[in-house]
Write a protein that binds this ligand. Structure first.
Ligand code: ADP
Ligand code: MG
Length: 440
């Protein structure tokens, strides 16, 4: 992971993409006003209105599902659908006549060239709408809004959910400079020193953005030396050069082959909610075929992809649950077994989720230790903002994650802060930070 992070900072086209976010500051508490936040994450689209007032905020929201045929239809259909959802939300809030500043949380890898533009590098997490890869997703949304011709928005920031999470936690704790997601996908961002993002030097003079202060005489190097920028690592791509082959099992290989993006996002496929249940199913299938489980009966249910959702891992691994209850969960899934079978299933779930948490912990250890070394510190004390259902709802994931970081980065004191409304409050905060800088 550490090597992957360093390589991605130097050049484009690495497995860990290290995408610049053009977010230079965490919030300082002076953020004010009303902002719209739009969140296209993994499973849903959320439209939110966020109001900041004296270190407090209020958030109103509505959730819209993304039908599978739209996730996998054309880009125009997808963005028209988003525009329709925003329209409905503005109607609902009675704000259709106002041109609000908006932050657009779009949680897929985007190559940004500024805070409000970014081209989609590739879809992840089961999306595959056509005609989007290589396109500027902010323009696509603006065009869909124009086509609809019913309301207007001022989209000021394109936001990755990791960055939104970091920002929303930094609003509560100024020591927060890392954002992490363990939900449908797995990803992380952190504040990197601008001088370390070597690949930025080759591209446009990014320092000409609103960062150039009035003391123009300062040399570029001097300005750059204390500037930071949040980097969206897209660490889920670790292993796409096969460097994880020692860890990847035949079960992982099966899951990968049957995914919409074989060979891609190998780290994500070991660590995130979209895949853990499917890995468990592959193990159960193998154990059953070998006659070690369910009396060797391979049922149609067990052969059905997606039947074993990650939320069942959380239920089955819950300490409060008796074996009989595990058995009844399995029965509801159409998997009839004995109590011994339940013990084995619970063991399998535990192994798969523990490995996921340990892999994330190892990745996070690489990040915080890099920050510590870059600053020449003996000890680093830092806060990591975290979001995602796997982190928040699984009974052991967060604990194992924490323990692993403790073991693998012993010189770092890491506090974990579960984010409150990361993609909503965070996106609105980015919009607010950008707006305030523009006003200055
Ligand atoms: P997203 O990552 O799509 O923005 P979430 O953070 O809510 O959204 O994550 C949703 C994913 O988390 C689901 O796709 C599922 O894989 C997983 N998940 C949902 N419920 C649970 C649960 N109770 N325990 C563990 N994982 C869960
Ligand atoms: Mg999310």
């Amino acid at each position: 992971m550490r090597e992957g992070l360093e390589a991605g900072l130097k050049s484009k086209g690495c497995t860990i993409k290290m995408l610049p976010s053009f977010v230079y500051h965490t919030p300082d508490g002076t953020e004010r006003g009303k902002y719209l936040a739009l969140d296209l994450g993994g499973t849903n689209f959320r439209a939110m209105l966020v109001r900041f007032k004296r270190q407090k905020y209020r958030l109103y929201h509505k959730i819209y599902t993304i039908p599978l045929e739209i996730m996998q239809g054309t880009g125009e259909e997808l963005f028209d659908h988003l525009a329709q959802c925003v329209c409905d939300f503005l109607d609902y809030m009675g704000l259709k006549k106002v041109r609000l500043p908006a932050g657009f949380t779009f949680s897929f890898p985007c190559q940004q060239s500024g805070i409000d533009t970014g081209t989609l590098v590739s879809w992840t997490k089961g999306f595959k709408a056509t005609d989007c890869v290589g396109e500027d997703v902010v323009s696509m949304l603006r065009e869909a809004i124009k086509r609809r011709n019913e309301f207007d928005l001022d989209i000021v920031a394109l936001v990755n959910d990791t960055v939104g999470t970091m920002m929303s936690c930094a609003y509560e704790d100024p020591k927060c400079e890392v954002g992490m997601i363990a939900g449908t996908g797995s990803n992380l961002c952190y504040m990197e020193e601008l001088k370390n993002i070597e690949k930025l030097e080759q591209s446009n003079g990014i320092l000409k953005t609103n960062e150039q202060t009035s003391e123009g005489e300062e040399s570029e190097a001097a300005v750059k030396s204390d500037l930071k920028m949040c980097v969206n690592t897209e660490w889920g791509g670790l292993g796409d050069d096969r460097c994880l082959e020692d860890i990847i099992t035949p079960y992982d290989a099966e899951v990968d082959i049957h995914s919409v993006n074989p060979g891609k996002q190998r780290f994500e496929k070991l660590t995130s909610g979209m895949y853990l249940g499917e890995i468990v199913r592959q193990v159960l299938l193998d154990l059953t075929r070998r006659g070690l489980l369910f009396k060797g009966h391979v049922t149609e249910t067990l052969k059905t992809p997606g039947i074993f959702e990650t939320k069942y891992l959380s239920q089955i691994e819950s300490d409060r649950l008796a074996l009989l209850q595990v058995r009844s969960i399995l029965q509801q899934l159409g998997l009839r077994g004995t109590c011994d079978d339940s013990i084995i299933v619970k063991e399998v779930c535990g192994a798969v989720s523990r490995r996921a948490a340990q892999m994330c912990g190892a990745g996070l250890a690489a990040v915080v230790d890099k920050i510590r070394e870059d600053r020449g510190l003996e000890r680093l004390s830092t806060t990591v903002g975290v979001d995602g259902a796997l982190y928040k709802l699984h009974p052991h994931f967060s604990q194992v994650l924490k323990e692993t970081v403790g073991v693998m980065a012993p010189h770092c004191d890491v506090t974990f802060l579960p984010s409150e409304e990361g993609s909503g409050k965070g996106a609105a905060l980015i919009a607010a930070v950008v707006r305030q800088k523009q006003e200055i």
